[in-house]
Design a protein. Sequence first.
Length: 203
Amino acid sequence: MAQLIRQSVKRSCAICERTLLIGERAVRFSANGEDFVDVCPLCQDTALEHGWVKEGSPTSPTVPSQRRRRRGLASLFEPRRRTTEDPVVSEPILRRLSQPELQMVEASDIFNGSDYRRTVGGIAKSLGEPRASIVPLSGVTGELVVTIAWDISWYQYRVLPDSAQPVRLAERGHELSELDGSFKRWNAHVEDDGRLVPEIERV
């Protein structure tokens, strides 16, 4: 009988950085054709879209798809051509937004244009609909914290609109009790495809 060998080395996905579960089947990809890394099942489409090569594939790397250019805040409220990306605010708001609300809308738009949206959407297919919050940090940097949380895990992203890397994964954990209370004022929701939508009064 073959003995079950306990996995001693923790592995994580090279895209979403989630620790892979014991027995979870990951696929190895390479971004440069030489060094291969583990990619979890939820992120394999993202790896392919960025031209990563699956281990054992005879094909050459594809050209990465052009990243979505961030639009100005005003364009969220202007009609535009139909694309695969819907605006964060899909219905007219019948009042002037406050500065914090404008920040929430812009942070959502930036997050939805990042690869993390697909990651969150994939995890939600397994764990169900998460809670979400968008909280501006104190200071003059304009940085916001996006928290996506389930009962058994949570992820926090920092959004800095004018940065070269406007969205980055900052922290993650397993227990909601690990989160500061200010990040648990759930003021947004996540749709089935991973879109982050702020909950804003429309009148």
